[in-house]
Structure formats: C-alpha cells, structure tokens
Design a protein around this ligand. Structure first.
Ligand code: SAH
Length: 368
C-alpha cells in the first residue's frame, strides 16, 4: 500500500502578469471557476493597477485565497527616474531576474507617448546605436513589455489618459515576435488598457520573415522601417542585418504590406555627417521609396561616446529634407527628446549588466 505523499512541494505559483485573458479564462475554468472572473482579475491588474488579490474586492474571499496561494503578479520595479528639461522622462526598470531595461515617457501634445523596450540589449548591432553595443542579453516576456505600461501609467498618474506606444526602446521587436505580439494583444484587451492598434508603432530594422508574419497578424500596428541608407553598400556598413535582407527586398516587402486606409509606412533615416547625408543620398532615397505609400522621418544622429559618427549640421539636415520634399515625399525631422538624460533614440543602454569593451568605454564617458 502506498501512502499519500504529503511532502511534495505545492505547485510553483504562476505569474498572472503573463496571461492573456483567454488563457486566464481557460485556467480558471480548469479549476471550476467561472470564466467571467478572468475579466475581473484582468481589469484589476491592467486597468486599475491592483496586484494584491486581497484588494480585488469584487472577488469572493475563496477566490482571493486561491489567487494568493497559487498565483502572483510580477511587476517591474522603478530603479531610476530622470526628467529632461523638455519633460521627457526616462525610467530604469528592474526585472525579476535583476536585469534592467529602460522605458521613456515623451509628453508631446496632443499625444502622450511611451517608448517601450522589447529586449534586454539587442542583437542587431547597428553601427550608430548604443543599445546594440550591449549585445542581446535576453528577450522580454509579454508580461514585462506590458509591465512597462503598467508601471509608467501608475508612476505618471496616467491610468485614465490616452497614450501612444512606440516600440523603439531597447531591442528589435520583430526579433522577439511572439512575446511582442502577445503584449500588444494584452494591451488591446478591452478589459485592460483597451489600446487601439492605431496608437501603436512598431519600429524594425527589417527582419523579413517576421515582417511577413506581421503582415498577416490580426493586431496590426503602424509600421516604421529603419532604412538609414538608400544602397546596400551604405546600409550594409550601418545595419549588419542588411547582408541578409537587402534594401530591394525590404522595399518589396513594404509594397506588399497591407496598409489600412490613410495609413502609411514610416521610413526612419538616421542622418550621419558625411556618411549618408549628401544630396545624392537624398535623391536616391526619394527614388527608392517613391513607389511605397510612405513618409520619411529623418533622425539627426544622437551622438554618444563610443559611437564613431557625427551629427550633421542643421543646414545639412534641412538640405536633405528639402530634396525629399521637392520630390513630393512627406518628410519630418524627429525632434530629439531627452538627450540631456540619455533617453533619446539609440541612447538607451543600462550600465553595468553585460559589459562589452565598447559599453565599458561608453559608460566611462557617460560618468565623466
Ligand atoms: N530595433 C528597432 C527600434 C530601434 S530604436 C529598429 O531598429 O527600428 C528607434 C530608431 O532609433 C531606429 O530607427 C534606430 O535606428 C534609431 N537610432 C538608433 N541609434 C540612434 C542614434 N544614436 N541616434 C539617432 N537615432 C538612432
């Protein structure tokens, strides 16, 4: 006869922050709990920012006890917060395993924007981007991506306000496709933030297989492509991935990308003095994107120690923009926000986690 084994450990607790509402419903149903409770729990966590089951007052005491015993909600912890003279705020967030990421709040009117990270570090190693110098440490989970929004809305008292999301923080979102898309579905849930896909912009360096998947996804964010150069020879020097997926292939994929009414693809173009900012580059770029329903967003380089490029003069930027405008393209120059707190594009790097020689150099220069 076997005795019942009472010494087995309780099943390890499950993180509710990682569950989409349908998954939560199924989980509750498997325990004989009504499905609609999932909506209530999801609302507490995502809409109201309450993670302690004992404070979820519309749940029975029994269910609250189950939640306390078998579940938990992990939330990134604010490890640093800096405010720029222009109002931009950079948050350093600590994750459960001690890794750190950065998220940025950009208070532009009329749209408030959160710039979110999708990975710790990045594998793409673009020549002008500091995050790339870290290499890829790991992917973020969907819960950690959504967690950035939960933390920022709470810290900024913005839970009931409208905001936009740009996936332009640390990482390449299409290199972490499944968790990124899961996060977007969770953010869109009407029981949660109820975020419309129109308010989300996904920026990618052009990972083509994932871009093809995105073209068929039910949740379709706005798309921004980091182009940065009109020819393979130039782009290959700046974006290592270009050796795999070249300029012509990316433009082709953009032409096929299903766009909603009135929507356009944004081509991002970092301007580097003497590298990709000549009038000839502008004319080539105009020709290249002419057949795509698009607009061009010029980003004058945010220079940093360890980045071997310089920002072009305002005259060079204006001249480049004018050539595009003369070719009847819609062109904008990205305002650089939060440069004084190193929160601007390509400046997100968390010192002291995985230190490559280049990162050590950058860190030294920052603290100097
Ligand atoms: N991995 C995504 C998101 C990157 S961040 C992507 O590559 O699109 C968003 C934009 O900032 C990208 O276009 C990126 O190329 C740009 N960027 C990176 N470093 C920069 C820097 N130092 N100055 C200006 N823009 C930079």
């Amino acid at each position: 006869m076997f005795e019942r084994d009472t010494s087995t450990k309780p099943p390890s607790r499950q993180d509710l922050a990682e569950l989409e509402r349908p998954a939560l419903e199924a989980l509750l149903a498997s325990r004989g709990i009504e499905r609609f409770r999932a909506g209530q729990i999801f609302r507490w966590i995502h809409r109201r920012g309450v993670t302690d089951p004992d404070a979820m007052t519309d749940l029975s005491h029994e269910l609250r006890a189950v939640l306390v015993r078998d579940f938990y909600v992990s939330t990134p912890v604010i490890g640093g917060r800096e405010r720029s003279v222009d109002g931009t705020e950079k948050f350093v967030l600590g994750l459960a395993d001690g890794r750190r990421i950065e998220s940025v709040f950009i208070p532009d009117t009329p749209a408030m924007t959160f710039c979110l990270s999708t990975q710790v570090g990045c594998a793409m190693d673009c020549a002008f981007c500091l995050t790339g110098k870290m290499g890829l440490v790991r992917n973020l989970t969907a819960g950690e991506i959504v967690g950035q929004v939960r933390v920022l809305t709470e810290a900024l008292v913005m839970r009931d306000e409208r905001f936009n999301i740009v996936l332009m923080g640390m990482g390449e979102p299409l290199h972490n496709y499944d968790e990124t898309m899961k996060a977007l579905r969770m953010l869109a849930d009407p029981h949660g933030f109820n975020l419309s896909p129109r308010r989300v912009t996904l920026s990618t360096v052009g990972l083509l297989p994932a871009l093809e998947r995105l073209a068929r996804a039910p949740f379709m964010p706005n798309l921004a492509i980091s182009l940065h150069a009109p020819t393979d020879a130039q782009r290959g020097e700046l974006v290592p991935l270009n050796k795999k997926y070249g300029v012509a292939e990316i433009i082709d994929a953009c032409k096929r990308f299903p766009l909603k009414k009135r929507s356009r693809i944004t081509f991002e173009y970092v301007l580097l003095a003497g590298v990709n900012d000549s009038p000839q580059d502008a004319r080539r770029l105009a020709k290249l994107v002419a057949g795509v329903k698009s607009k061009v967003n010029l980003i004058p380089l945010n220079a940093a120690a360890g980045i071997p490029f310089e920002r072009p003069s305002d005259e060079a930027v204006n001249r480049f923009a004018q050539i595009l405008a003369d070719a009847h393209l819609t062109v904008s120059v990205r305002k650089s926000r939060g440069r004084d707190i190193r929160a601007a594009c390509g400046q997100l790097i968390v010192e002291g986690q995985k230190r490559s020689p280049a990162q050590r150099l950058a860190t030294l220069a920052f603290s100097g």
